[in-house]
Design a protein around this ligand. Structure first.
Ligand code: GN1
Ligand code: MG
Length: 353
């Protein structure tokens, strides 16, 4: 599948070594080494992203803006082909090639609060540097991606039209899921609230989407397919979802899921170190909510997919998405139990700036 793609970028496959790279659920990623040079090759999943050229156009627009206004920012832009295309379409799908930044590192697991701080700072910085970008020019690469109201409706549809055996066997989990429905109502209030702004938002703030240098300092954010107009709760919340617990969404032993206070503090401090002057007071009041919002949405998405026979995320074992849904619901319960303490920590962080 690679020769014609690599050829478009002037690389010959015989001289490249190609190996699978990373752990994303949606796109396919490979690392391509070519002498001393290295690249990241990605096939965009066009069952998810129906219009891959919109992603490429967003990259071009963001690169141009950052190059003009913040030329010192390391923006990892996909390379152009020999004939100037920003995407390669073959019978096997849509591909892009991105330079591999020398001496940069990524992590799959957050191993220290300092890493969480650095990552939160980088995601905050990305949004802040792009605060002047004309938001209306950013394409919606995945319309309604973080529309929690829609995700809830999709869950309800799955309850009507999904696999009847799975629905019947999941009754108590479905009830538990419904009991958090208030989180959807708050989201609806946010959408109607003038204090909430749509900003350039990454929408996938897992730790592996941050590049670090050799000393552990954050360099920039990567994996920009879902950069779209969004609310800050998406980015801040997904960091809480993926950094707070020592175990990931794949963990089957729910007793291991817990909220680490020092990581919470690190995320909030890192994010606010860049975003404190951007956020309104109404937004500041929803910092803890952001975690509830993202964790609930992911729990709903996993359970919906389980009820729909794993059509979206796939499953590596029977009941995989059910386990993931229970995992995320457990994380939501742990976060909710700690809400008063976490809110106090937010206040302290705000005062400390
Ligand atoms: C997907 O492909 P990956 O792992 O970066 C998903 C995210 C989910 C995540 C859960 C486009 O991201 O929204 O949070 O799985 N991306 C898309 O692991 O659906
Ligand atoms: Mg992603």
């Amino acid at each position: 599948m690679f020769p014609s793609v690599l050829e478009a970028y002037g690389l010959s496959e015989d001289q490249c070594s190609i190996r699978p790279f990373g752990t994303g659920l949606i796109n396919h990623t490979w690392k391509v080494s070519y002498g001393a040079e290295a690249y990241i090759l990605q096939r965009i999943n066009d069952a998810v992203f129906h219009h891959p050229h919109l992603i490429a156009e967003n990259m071009d627009a963001l690169a141009f803006y950052l190059q003009t206004h913040h030329p010192e920012y390391l923006f990892v832009k996909p390379l152009s082909t020999k004939d100037g295309r920003n995407l390669v379409q073959t019978a096997e799908g849509y591909f892009r090639l991105v330079p591999f930044i020398a001496d940069s590192y990524t992590f799959d697991v957050v191993a220290a609060a300092e890493q969480a701080y650095q990552a939160a700072r980088q995601f905050g910085k990305f949004t802040r540097l792009l605060a002047g970008f004309p938001i209306g020019r950013l394409h919606l690469t995945l319309p309604d991606f973080h529309n929690l109201s829609l995700r809830y409706r999709q869950f309800e549809t799955a309850l009507q039209k999904g696999n009847p055996a799975r629905i019947a066997a999941t009754e108590s989990l479905i009830e538990a899921m419904r009991s958090f429905r208030d989180i959807v109502h708050t989201f609806e209030d946010i959408r109607n609230h003038s204090g909430f702004r749509l900003r350039v938002t990454h929408h996938d703030t897992k730790i592996s989407n941050v590049l670090f240098d050799g000393s552990g300092k954050g360099l920039c954010v990567i994996d920009l397919d879902t950069v779209m107009p969004g609310y800050f709760i998406s980015d801040l919340g997904d960091m809480m979802r993926t950094y707070l617990s020592p175990v990931s969404e794949e963990e089957k032993n729910m007793d291991l899921i817990l909220i680490r206070d020092e990581y919470f503090q690190a995320i909030v401090r890192g994010y606010l170190s860049e975003m404190k002057d951007e956020l309104s007071s109404a937004e500041m009041e929803h910092i803890v909510y952001s975690g509830k919002f993202m964790i609930y949405m992911q729990a709903l998405r996993f359970l919906t997919d389980h009820l729909n026979d794993d059509q979206y995320y796939g499953a590596r074992y029977e009941g995989h998405n059910h386990v993931r849904a229970v995992n995320q619901l457990t994380l939501l319960q742990r976060l909710t139990e700690k809400e008063p303490i976490l809110k106090r920590m937010v206040q302290e962080s705000i005062y400390s700036f």
